[in-house]
Design a binder for this molecule. Structure first.
Ligand code: SMG
Ligand code: MG
Length: 368
C-alpha cells in the first residue's frame, strides 16, 4: 500500500481528575497521533507513550524522534508495506514498541478502511460488546477512595482495579472489601513498586480474594515474579514485563505469569498482541486487555481486541468519560457495564475535526 504522507500530531487532553500511580500523577494526556495517508484511504494510529519515561522507557518526544529519523524512512524505503509487514520492516530498529505500534495501527486502519472491514472482524472477534473494568488511582485517603469506587460501581463497572504502592496496599483493599463486599471483582496493580523482599507484605492481600496482582516487581524480574507466585495465593499477572509473544512464552514457562495483561502499544502493535493472546490461550493462561488512557481511537481498537475469544477477564477498557470530559471521537459509553465494539471499517472511530484541532499542540507532515 503506497504511503503518500504521514502526519504526526501532538494533542493535549485534560483528565477529569488526576490519576496517581506508584510512578507518578497524570493530569493531562499528552499523546502522539499518527495519520497515514494513502491514495485510497487514510488511517489513524495512537501512540501510547506517555509524556515521561516512567511506565516504560518510551516517552512522547522520544517516539516522535525515532519515528521521524528511523522508522518512517524505513517504511518509505520499503515502498509502502502492508500493516502485516511493518513489524518486519522496522525490526532492525531496536526497541520503541510504542512508536512502532502507532505506525502499524495507522496502516492497519487505512488498509481496513479501504477494504471496508472492521478491525474486530479482521481479528476474528466473537463479541459485540466487552465487559468494562476501571482502574482507580492512589487516593489521598481511604474515604476519598471509597467515594470514587462507589461512583464507578454505581456507573456499572464490572471490575475494579486499585493502584497500589508500599504504604497503600492492604488497607485500601480491606476497606473496599468491607464496604462493597466479597462479590465485586477486585484486583490491584503495583506498576513495579515492590521487590521480592516484600513477599510477606503482599501475602497479606491473600485473604481478600483478589482476581490478580498486576506487575508487583521490576519489568526484568521474571525469576522474582515466579518466586513470588509460589509465595502468595493471589495470581500474579504481568503487564510491563510482557514485551512480545516470546517474552510471554518465557514468562509462562518460568511460572512468572499466571495471567497476562495485553497492551498493543507495549508489545509493538495489535498484531503482536494477537500472538500473545494465542500463546497465552495455548498455555491455559487467561488474558485481558490493558489500557493506557487512550483517546477514542485506541479505546475503540482495544475494545475490538478485547472482543476476541482469548480475552476471558474484563479489561481496562472503560468509558471515555472515565478520563475525558471531551474526547476527540464520539465517546464510548458504559452500557450495563459493557463497552460496545465499533462496527465501522478499520478502527471504527472517527475524529471530530473541531475537537481535534482545539487540542492539537503541534503537527508535522512527512512525505516520502
Ligand atoms: O486506560 O484505563 C486506562 C488506564 C489503565 O491503569 C491503567 N494503566 O499499568 O495498567 C497500567 C496502567 C498504565 C498507565 S498509568 C498512567
Ligand atoms: Mg498495569
Amino acid at each position: 500500500m503506497k504511503l503518500s504522507a504521514v502526519e504526526l500530531r501532538r494533542i493535549s487532553l485534560p483528565l477529569v481528575a488526576p490519576f496517581r500511580t506508584s510512578f507518578g500523577t497524570e493530569t493531562t494526556k499528552d499523546a502522539l497521533l499518527i495519520r497515514a495517508v494513502t491514495p485510497d484511504s487514510e488511517g489513524w494510529g495512537e501512540c501510547v507513550a506517555m509524556d515521561a519515561p516512567l511506565y516504560s522507557a518510551e516517552y512522547v518526544d522520544g517516539a516522535i524522534d525515532v519515528i521521524r529519523r528511523f522508522l518512517l524512512p524505513r517504511l518509505f524505503a520499503a515502498g509502502g508495506p502492508t500493516a502485516g509487514q511493518v513489524a518486519h520492516v522496522l525490526e532492525p530498529v531496536k526497541g520503541h514498541p510504542m512508536a512502532k505500534a502507532a505506525l502499524e495501527m495507522a496502516l492497519l486502519d487505512a488498509e481496513l478502511r479501504a477494504a471496508g472491514l472492521p478491525l474486530a472482524t479482521f481479528f476474528g472477534a466473537t463479541r459485540d460488546r466487552v465487559p468494562s473494568g476501571v482502574s482507580v488511582g492512589i487516593h489521598e485517603s481511604i474515604p476519598a477512595l471509597l467515594d470514587t469506587v462507589a461512583g464507578y460501581l454505581a456507573e456499572g463497572y464490572v471490575r475494579i482495579k486499585l493502584k497500589i504502592e508500599p504504604g497503600w496496599d492492604v488497607e485500601p483493599v480491606r476497606a473496599v472489601r468491607e464496604r462493597f463486599g466479597d462479590e465485586i471483582l477486585l484486583q490491584v496493580d503495583a506498576n513495579t513498586a515492590y521487590t521480592l523482599g516484600d513477599a510477606r507484605q503482599l501475602a497479606l492481600l491473600d485473604p481478600f480474594g483478589l482476581l490478580l496482582i498486576e506487575q508487583p516487581l521490576a519489568e526484568d524480574d521474571l525469576r522474582g515474579h515466579a518466586e513470588l507466585a509460589r509465595r502468595i495465593a493471589t495470581p500474579v499477572c504481568l503487564d510491563e514485563s510482557v514485551t512480545s509473544a516470546r517474552a510471554a512464552a518465557d514468562a509462562i514457562a518460568l511460572g512468572a505469569a499466571q495471567i497476562i495483561n495485553v497492551k498493543p502499544g507495549r508489545v509493538g502493535g495489535y498484531l503482536e498482541a494477537r500472538k500473545i493472546a494465542a500463546v497465552a490461550a495455548a498455555n491455559g493462561v487467561p488474558v485481558w486487555c490493558g489500557g493506557m488512557l487512550e483517546t477514542g481511537l485506541g479505546r475503540g481498537a482495544n475494545a475490538a481486541l478485547a472482543a476476541c475469544p482469548e480475552f476471558t477477564l474484563p479489561g481496562d477498557v472503560s468509558a471515555s468519560g472515565r478520563f475525558y470530559a471531551q474526547d476527540i471521537t464520539a465517546p464510548f459509553q458504559l452500557e450495563a457495564g459493557h463497552i460496545r465494539v465499533p462496527t465501522g471499517p478499520g478502527i471504527g472511530s472517527d475524529v471530530i475535526p473541531d475537537v481535534l484541532e482545539a487540542c492539537t499542540t503541534w503537527t508535522e507532515t512527512i512525505r516520502p
